[in-house]
Ligand binder design. Structure first.
Ligand SMILES: Cc1ncc(COP(=O)(O)O)c(C=O)c1O
Length: 503
């Protein structure tokens, strides 16, 4: 366990009130350091996004903001969490079964790309995109009528509006300069279409209200078609979304219909920018993962030739694995080396195309700790059970995957009672939670040197799909506390260790 986390736990023990400890600790500094390192080996035309479903904690989104290209979201709830942290960071909007209201809201919130999951969804997006043009035209007609009636008033109004927008823009540009000076998100932003408007304003300040104004064009809706490839060559993992029948994406056989629809119905309002794949999660084999990406890129090249489409983006999803049993994890340096050598990636780069990854688990899993104090130890039919303050309603991953979650014990010496302190010594113990269900088991048959009531069991690798996927309110126990570890100037900033957020 990292020294800073150990230190945070010591502090938790020191300030502990009457209630047993039950806390998540997120090592934000660890997440940032890992992502910085990952970026160093990524080939030129590859971009890293964070899939916030792994852990949508606002502090994590904020910590990743300077380092990732953007965020992948799968609902309006997730989208708004990202927008609460940044008004303009690129967002990829995916997920099956998107409702019309969600698609409209996503466009209002200026998502960069929508991942299209079915032909019907594509029809819905086209209809919404056309509706936006009609609304824009009506708006413009109305404002022309107003222009005819009251030219003086209109000029005054436009001037007022221009002044307001120039002010807002100045604030935004100042923000961008600050982040450029602190080395955050520079360079990368410049080639982004999202930022083109700002660049024009910088070059031609006199055009401010025409370029950034409300009467500007409705931009084309940019989409990536999510394809579920029919291939037996895809790696097999615990969680598979593609390569076999699934509710995700569309079959390759539907591609022709989708592209025809885009050409005929979608012309001028919607733009096909590329393709999206996410076939599996928790893949541990870097070589097989690189082969899978190769297959994606080759398929895309075939489709480019067959359908004469331009491809700017290939989004190869997430799925980089994390081990929970001590076996070797995903070899990122090997994966990026293989990517570097990939001829199809080089061809994509030569055509000006970018390869996206939207990783969740790999970025955050290792940096979350779930600390739960032992509240009881007893023998049942010859086997030892330790009950902790907490359980699968806070950390459901072990129940969901049926695994024993790795943990470490932090020993505490305080015992203020007159009666004896129960313990297991050099034995096996099941670690169970406080829920009235036998499913509330975090680890079975754990071999321990010593475990006593009052010690803290710290479940490591609890940063991804842990709190987020849990049934927090089942049985109505209090939620855990949340603490964050930040780092400045290469050492742990003790002041921010205990900035707790209530949930
Ligand atoms: C579409 C999509 N992208 C990315 C991810 C993130 O996957 P992982 O956490 O395995 O990297 C998921 C996870 O389910 C997903 O469904």
């Amino acid at each position: 366990m990292k020294a800073g986390v150990q230190q945070a736990l010591e502090e938790l023990k020191r300030v502990k009130l009457d209630e047993p400890i039950c806390s998540y600790i997120y090592d934000l500094a660890g997440i940032q350091a890992q992502v910085r390192e990952m970026l160093q080996t990524m080939p030129v035309n590859t971009r890293l996004f964070y899939a916030i479903k792994a852990n949508p904690d606002p502090r994590i989104i904020e910590a990743l903001l300077p380092w990732v290209k953007g965020f992948e979201v799968a609902s309006i709830g997730e989208l708004l969490k990202v927008r609460a942290v940044s008004r303009d960071v690129p967002i990829l909007f995916g997920g099956p079964g998107k409702k019309e209201s969600e698609l409209k809201q996503a466009l209002e919130q200026d998502v960069s790309y929508i991942h299209v999951e079915s032909v019907l969804e594509l029809r819905r997006i086209i209809a919404i995109a056309k509706e936006r043009i009609v609304t824009r035209d009506e708006h413009m007609k109305q404002s022309e009528r107003n222009d005819d009636r009251e030219p003086e008033e209109q000029v005054q109004q436009q001037r007022r509006q221009a002044g307001r927008e120039a002010g807002e823009l100045a604030v935004k540009l100042a923000d961008e300069q600050v982040s450029a000076q602190s080395g955050k998100r520079t360079g990368e932003q410049e080639d982004d279409t999202e930022y083109c408007a700002h660049k024009m304003v910088l070059e031609h300040p006199e055009q401010t209200w025409e370029v950034a104004g409300h009467r500007g064009d409705v931009p084309e809706v940019r989409v990536l078609l999510r394809i579920n490839l029919r291939s037996s060559a895809l790696p097999q993992t615990k969680i598979v979304m593609g390569g076999s029948p699934s509710p995700f994406g569309m079959d390759e056989e539907d591609l022709e219909e989708a592209i025809e629809l885009l050409r005929v119905e979608g012309a001028g309002v919607i733009r096909l920018c590329g393709f999206h794949f996410h076939s599996l999660s928790n893949n541990m084999d870097a070589g097989l993962h690189a082969e899978m990406i190769e297959l994606y890129l080759q398929k895309v090249e075939q489709w480019q030739q067959r359908y004469h489409v331009q491809v700017d983006i290939v989004n190869a999803g997430g799925g980089f694995g994390v081990t929970y049993d001590g076996s070797p994890g995903f070899d990122w340096p090997l994966f990026t080396k293989l990517l570097e050598q990939s001829e199809s990636r080089k061809r994509l780069a030569a055509r000006g195309g970018e390869l996206f990854f939207e990783s969740g688990r790999l970025l955050v899993a290792e940096h979350g700790y779930y600390a739960a104090e032992v509240t009881d130890i007893k023998r049942s039919h010859g086997e030892w059970f330790a009950i902790v303050r907490g359980g699968t309603h806070h950390q459901r991953l072990p129940a969901s995957w049926g695994h024993n979650h790795p943990f470490q014990i932090v020993y505490t010496e305080q015992w203020q009672h007159a009666f004896s302190r129960p313990e297991v010594k050099q034995g096996r113990v099941h670690i169970a939670g406080e829920l009235c269900t036998p499913k509330d088991r975090l680890h079975s048959d754990a071999e321990v040197e010593r475990l006593r009531v009052g010690d803290i069991v710290v479940f490591v690798k609890s940063g991804a799909y842990s709190w987020t996927i849990s049934h927090h309110d089942f049985l109505g126990h209090p939620h855990p506390a949340f603490h964050y570890l930040t780092e400045e100037d290469e050492h742990v900033n003790a002041n921010s260790v205990f900035q707790s957020a209530s949930r």
